[in-house]
Design a protein around this ligand. Structure first.
Ligand SMILES: Nc1ncnc2c1ncn2[C@@H]1O[C@H](COP(=O)(O)OP(=O)(O)OP(=O)(O)O)[C@@H](O)[C@H]1O
Ligand SMILES: [Mg+2]
Length: 816
């Protein structure tokens, strides 16, 4: 193994040109070198290890001149003449040092370029005839000078910009005057020039071209060097910046520690971790929570999504995964609580207790969901609250009215800005336990549109088959809702989405009679309002008479909400009086009611009396989600061309049709009613059902319309305080209708004394209405429209006279 490479620094000889060379006819020894080019005037230490080369050096006697030439291929171990470049450098060997590993360290100094001619010897080392090539320094010209100066400047810049090149090189270069020599010096000093580039420069004997070549290399190198420096500084800047931040942070920590303040964020993470540990989450959820916590710990609190991640973890941590409050259901106690909170509602309470008993026997029961249906203010929501109290569970309620976006139920994905869990999970969080009584109010007012169908999300929530793995979009981990007791409430059944209704146990709550309301007021509403308004029972008394006066003239409702509100108003007025120093007990009379609540608001009986003075007006009964109401049907006639009656008042298609049926029956019975023969030919009829804002539909106004028409055409006013409902056929038969209880109670509330119902509805009255509810009202059953007319219209002048008197009495009584 042999190698000749140059190591160590290069320097120019300050000595002037050597004496002319004497070369014998045998030529000079040729020393092949790898990866090295020796330039004239350069001193180069060569490591010589090749056997042939060692022999060459050892054979040197007085003769110290050799030819150093580069190999074309560094790999070749015993180069032949063809493996060498044809131009090398004549050199003097100054000194030889033996190295411990048998190789030699040879100091050579370049003398001049030389061209290889015939080889005179091949072994043990090469010898050849050479032809020295003297540098012909060209004539100076401005261009040459410019080039030379440029080379010098570039070289200086490179040396200055390089950390490895010695600054001395600059001084040496400045002192070289001959351009050819300068190039040789520069070329041999630059470590980045490849052997091939150097060899090319060596072979360029024309000095001008040599200058151009080195100039090109220098320019390129300078650019590379500048680029490298730029990158270097940038990297350094970055490193410095992050080091700076690191040090500042460390310092801050140290300061905080000194001041006794722990790292805020770190403490926060620690607290969250404790919450997670304490939350009793299922394994899967805990893993997710801890994963997110790990992420949070690595984030800077300044990062944009720090708070997003933190919120999420907080949500997971605070949910009651394992916290229940329910104790075993004690049916007797539950019964007591329900009784204590609500008046009557016997059937409803029984059904609730049945339901709870089954749950008690079979806690894992996947029972139906309870749904309370009834008019406003009859106690649906407050029953829910009462059940929670009876079971010693937490109570939460949400309203589904107007919810039309699935996300409101089930939340938005966390990727949304400002995303939150849906109402269900929010409710659970508020409950702080996983088994609350959860009331979903107004399921019948659930919307549905392009944003998705909330009812299917709701179904998933309520369905015991699915809800033990309820998945909120935000949480994205399952939550077990199976211990929650869901109760829905609604005003009407019709608009509850079918699949939901199927899974519900419907419990109907009906409107209250005046007596019911008076009892509820006395036992619940008055004491509650007295307390809520900070009064003492001995400071105010609202006797039964005043309560009934309020019920009759200040409310028009199936429930007791407005009644309670008015009682509250009375209590507040008394509180005000007490505050003003009037300390005597207030006993509320009708006069005080009028003074405190303002003039009478609702006067249905007088309205009926007033309106039915005129022939052509009949009182009908309607079922509404609010629990039934009275409604007026007005008919009028005018000269015209005949034809179908005009119908107004927001009337649905079914009601429209039944008006035509009524009209046809009246027309076909014109002679029985003693109408002029061609009356319908030149008279137009208009039927109007006022209170146009309430949409009305259904067939049950049929008898009322027929009655109004007959009253109009016979010019006899309908008897006072009489109301009716029923469907009519073309042949005049009266068919049964729905909502009898609500309609009847509405009529009674309005002060009606006679109610005409279809004969086939008799069973409804007997089953749904209690005797005391019917008290004070006469019910007439009709199977034909003539039965209706017999009751509804006066049959003689005397009766008509008497009716007028009754009406007057009602109106006067009201004014009194
Ligand atoms: N039978 C009753 N006994 C005692 N208080 C009652 C009874 N019925 C209703 N109330 C009271 O009437 C008020 C209104 O009841 P609640 O809010 O439960 O009505 P609701 O049926 O839920 O009505 P909505 O359909 O408008 O939501 C409550 O203060 C409630 O306590
Ligand atoms: Mg309610």
């Amino acid at each position: 193994m042999a190698s000749e490479t140059h190591k160590g620094t290069v320097s120019a000889t300050p000595t002037p040109s050597a004496p002319p060379l004497e070369i014998g006819k045998n030529g000079v020894p040729v020393l092949p070198v790898r990866d090295t080019v020796l330039f004239p005037h350069a001193v180069l230490p060569l490591t010589v290890g090749r056997e042939s080369s060692i022999q060459l050096i050892n054979s040197l006697g007085e003769e110290k001149t050799i030819l150093v030439v580069a190999q074309r291929e560094a790999r070749v171990d015993s180069p032949q003449p063809t493996d060498l470049f044809s131009i090398g450098t004549l050199a003097t060997v100054h000194k030889v040092v033996k190295m411990p590993n048998q190789s030699l360290f040879v100091f050579t100094e370049g003398l001049s370029r030389a061209k290889l001619k015939e080889f005179t010897q091949l072994t043990p080392f090469l010898r050849a005839q050479v032809d020295p090539l003297e540098d012909h320094e060209p004539e100076t010209s401005p261009e040459l000078e410019a080039l030379q100066r440029n080379v010098l400047t570039l070289f200086q810049q490179i040396v200055a910009g390089s950390p490895t090149l010695s600054d001395e090189l600059q001084t040496v270069a400045i002192n070289i005057e001959e351009p050819g020599r300068l190039v040789d010096f520069v070329a041999s000093s630059l470590p980045f020039l490849s052997t091939r580039d150097k060899q090319e420069i060596l072979e360029t004997s024309d000095v001008h071209r040599r200058l151009l070549a080195i100039n090109r290399h220098l320019a390129k190198e300078l650019e590379v060097q500048q680029l490298r420096n730029k990158i270097q500084t940038e990297v350094q800047d970055q490193v410095q910046q992050s080091q700076r931040e690191y040090y500042l942070r460390e310092q801050m920590k140290a300061i905080q520690k000194e001041l006794g303040e722990q790292d805020e964020a770190q403490r926060d993470v620690e607290e969250l971790r404790q919450k997670i540990e304490a939350a009793g989450m299922p394994e899967e959820v805990k893993k997710e929570a801890l994963k997110e916590l790990g992420r949070l710990a690595r984030m800077s609190p300044m990062a944009a999504d720090y708070s997003v991640t933190r919120n999420y973890i907080e949500w997971l941590a605070v949910l009651p995964w394992a916290k229940s409050s329910g104790v075993e259901v004690n049916i007797n106690k539950a019964h007591e609580v329900l009784e204590a909170d609500h008046y009557d509602l016997r059937k409803v309470k029984d059904r609730i207790l049945d339901y709870l008993s089954v749950r008690r026997l079979k806690p894992s029961m996947k029972g139906p969901i309870l749904c309370f249906v009834g008019p406003p203010g009859v106690g649906k929501t407050s029953l829910g609250r009462s059940i929670a109290r009876a079971l010693e569970r937490k109570f939460v309620r949400i309203s589904l009215g107007g919810v039309h976006d699935e996300a409101e139920i089930r939340g938005h994905r966390r990727t949304y800005i400002g995303a939150l869990p849906g109402q269900i999970i929010q409710g659970i969080r508020r409950a702080e336990t996983n088994d609350p009584v959860f009331v979903l109010d107004e399921v019948d007012k659930l919307g549905r549109d392009f944003r998705g169908d909330p009812s299917s999300a709701l179904l998933e929530t309520l369905d015991p088959e699915q809800n033990f793995t309820f998945r909120d979009n935000y949480l994205d981990v399952p939550f077990d809702l199976s211990k929650v007791l869901f109760i829905c409430t609604a005003n009407m059944l019709d608009t509850i989405p079918e699949p939901l209704r199927d899974r519900m146990e419907i419990i109907e709550l009906q409107g209250y009679t005046e007596d019911d309301k008076a009892h509820i007021a006395e036992r619940y509403l008055v004491p509650r309002q007295i307390e809520e308004n900070g009064l003492k029972p001995e400071q105010i008394e609202i006797p039964d008479d005043a309560v009934r006066f309020i019920i009759r003239h200040y409310t028009r409702e199936a429930g007791v909400r407005n009644l309670e509100r008015n009682i509250g108003t009375l209590c507040r007025k008394q509180a005000r009086r007490l505050a003003e120093g009037k300390t005597e007990k207030l006993v509320v009379t009708r006069e005080i009611v009028q003074e405190f609540l303002g003039g009478i608001k609702v006067r249905l009986d007088t309205e009926i009396a007033e309106r039915t003075k005129r022939a052509g007006v009949a009182v009908g009964l309607a079922w509404t989600p609010a629990g039934g109401d009275v409604l007026f049907v007005e008919a009028n006639k005018m000269k015209g061309k005949g034809g179908l009656p005009l119908l107004t008042g927001q009337i649905g298609q079914v009601m429209d049709e039944s008006s035509k049926v009524a009209y046809s029956w009246v027309r076909s019975n014109a002679d029985k009613l003693a109408l002029p023969e061609d009356f319908f030919k030149d008279h137009d009829i208009h039927i109007h059902v006022p209170a146009g804002a309430i949409p009305k539909d259904g067939p049950s106004a049929g008898v009322t319309m027929a009655t109004a028409l007959v009253s109009l055409l016979t010019d006899k006013p309908v008897r006072p305080l009489t109301a009716m409902t029923g469907e009519i056929t073309l042949s005049g038969n009266v068919l049964p209708v729905g909502g009898i209880k609500e309609k009847f109670l509405a009529a009674k509330r309005a002060g009606v004394k006679q109610v005409i119902l279809p004969a086939e509805n008799r069973l409804n009255v007997e089953e749904d209405l209690m005797p005391e509810q019917v008290e004070g009202v006469t019910i007439h059953y009709a199977s034909h429209i003539e039965d209706v007319l017999n009751v509804a219209l006066p049959r003689s002048r005397e009766e008509e006279k008497k009716d007028e008197e009754v009406r007057e009495e009602v109106l006067q009584h009201a004014n009194a």
